[in-house]
Design a binder for this molecule. Structure first.
Ligand code: ZN
Length: 142
């Protein structure tokens, strides 16, 4: 499901998708600058537990990947969408940074070792500047 190509959605599909999003979610305590999370709601009306998913045209896709695709117009298939807010059910594209898989893994290791996940810029994690091109490093001191 993760790296499935997301087809261009029709207007009706987009409407059905955004109906499931609650844009008045919590503001992450560790990153208040990000603003509120957009919660992916279950059909029974509560936020999902873990990553949300959305089914259309007979296939299931990760909801946060669809949101990135719809808002930014594209999503990198081979990179990981990393939740800066740490809330898996959030689909706010402003909270999702696409990073090479190695960066995502390294951030997870840092978090496990007591650091704060997602706080380390890709360059600081040993990735060259070229990796940073196109990445959203705004506000990360780079
Ligand atoms: Zn969020």
């Amino acid at each position: 499901m993760k790296n499935r190509v997301i087809p261009t959605m029709t207007r009706a599909e987009k409407i059905r998708f955004w109906k499931r999003v609650n844009k008045n979610g919590p503001v992450p305590a560790h990153r208040p600058d990000l603003g509120p999370c957009w919660l992916w709601m279950l059909k029974r009306g509560e936020p999902c537990d873990g990553y949300g998913s959305f089914k259309f045209r007979g296939q299931r896709f990760m909801a946060h990947r669809i949101a990135v695709r719809l808002v930014r117009g594209r999503i990198r298939l081979l990179w990981d969408p990393d939740h800066l807010c740490l809330l898996k059910c959030c689909v706010n594209p402003d909270h999702i940074e696409e990073v090479p898989h190695g960066v995502n893994v390294r951030r997870g290791v840092l978090a496990r070792d007591g650091g704060e996940k997602s706080s380390a810029p890709a360059v600081a994690l040993g990735f060259s500047d070229s990796f940073a091109v196109g990445m959203r490093l705004k506000g990360r001191g780079l």
